[in-house]
Design a protein around this ligand. Sequence first.
Ligand SMILES: [Zn+2]
Length: 315
Amino acid sequence: MDLDTLTSTPENLPVFSLMNSSEKTAWLKSEAYKILDVLHINDFQSLDFLHKEIQKLDSDEMVLKGMLSGDLYSCAMCSKQYTKAAWLKKHLEKKHDFEFSKPDSARKESNPVQCFLFMSLLLRDTCDSYRMGDGERIVRNAYFEWLYARSLNHTKYSLWLWRLIAYVDAVLSPSESAEYKWNMTVNLKGGVQNNIPNDCCVELQVKNIKRQLNTQGSNKSFKSAQKICMTTQVVEDIMDKLQKSVKSFKPKGSRPEVDKSKDIDQIVQHLRKHGPVKSIKWDSFSKFKNPIAKISAPSLFEWINYNQKIASLYM
Ligand SMILES: [Zn+2]
């Protein structure tokens, strides 16, 4: 929109007062898509590549699974039996000239700026979706987060995110899945955009329970802890109401917002000098690779299969 400063008015805008809300939404969406296009953020080449590789591996697996009877794999051509799929695969390749997919290594170079922009948008959108309690968006973003966690070797996060997706998409019944999806956050104080993730709520409750337990000194017991756990939310609410009614001072949990306009101005000036974001290349990031492009399709496929087996037993 070629704004000179952050506070200047954009030019060539449509007349909003003549538009209804759905027209306004459509306009806003089209502008957002333009920005995504210019910055190449909606360029999912590495994701499409990974998807295709996994599909190939999946069809290979289907061929082998078709020859599984009981615990043994028996060759459909000569009935030779194997205990491991990998041995049958080797046999099929050698004796019967079967052709299985070969991992494709051709990959496009990745731009660190686009990657950074995508990841920061993902983070912002995820924080916002939790604040709004938007389960649909939380799960949609979880797919990307799972892939990033996987590529950066965050074992615990990738497992947790995979299980979240598995519960929503496969394990739970449609009604249970909707219930799970739309109850991932909790709103303790009321109001829009005040939701917090359930696990943060648990942390807060634990803090309250510990604080109340500490007031009991040597009288602490299992029973008293049990009583506190049952009543902590009510007690906190009563305390909150009392504090409000007597207008006593309560330290605020939120921090003042940082003014980033100066930094943004500086970034914009820099970009105007050096051309559009999509073509910037920094020497210090010459070896940068998009984390998703780093994922090896066979190892991801193996990981998914292994976790599917665990899920079928325990989830
Ligand atoms: Zn054979």
